[in-house]
Design a protein around this ligand. Sequence first.
Ligand code: SAH
Length: 214
Amino acid sequence: MNSALSEEFIYKMLFLILFIPGTLIRGLYVHRARSHVEKRPLKERLRLLLETEGYLGTLLLLGQGAVVLAGLVIYLFLLPSFAWLQLWLPHEIRWLGFIIGIPGLILLAWAHHTLDKYWSITIEFREEHKLVTSGPYRWIRHPIYTAHLIYFMSWMLVTANILFLVNYLLTAAIIVRRMPREERALIERFGQEYISYMRRTGRLIPRIRIWRRE
Ligand code: SAH
């Protein structure tokens, strides 16, 4: 048991190597995006969340935040008492998890950098909102969601902790629920421009063209 716990130390370090830059990237761009909108009090933000995401969506988002927080505290600091939350995963898979986290981080930074001030937690539009079709948006419509699916997969495999598995499932549910709603809103806002953008792109992975269009 002791050796298992000390072995875990290396995975905690790998997790932190992924966690710290990811949190910094997200923090930086969330801050940049927020600096373009008026500051809203927490109560107002919660009301907006309920209005745009509904009860289930809000519950999923809050639940996901709580699970990540619990996962962080338990995995990093309280593992001896919560060893039963650990799943058995081969070392190769845990290292593979670390490796896939790196392209996940790169995509996260690239997509946030490209979308810049138009990012928001809820589906909303800035006054002078433009349709972004450059960077990773050239091929996929939701690169930030793709990045999260890769990045959180990586957290789950590196930590081998059930809470990060739950985080993955909640995130996947949020994204699956969110994409069609977001696309409906984008069609409403940009009309034909978004419809033709949809035709040339994939949702989470690039659209594979089997034949070349002339
Ligand atoms: N789904 C995207 C963006 C997530 S942030 C991604 O995964 O990368 C959510 C906000 O981004 C939405 O409120 C929407 O207004 C905005 N948005 C999504 N796609 C956009 C695009 N191509 N151009 C401009 N804004 C976009």
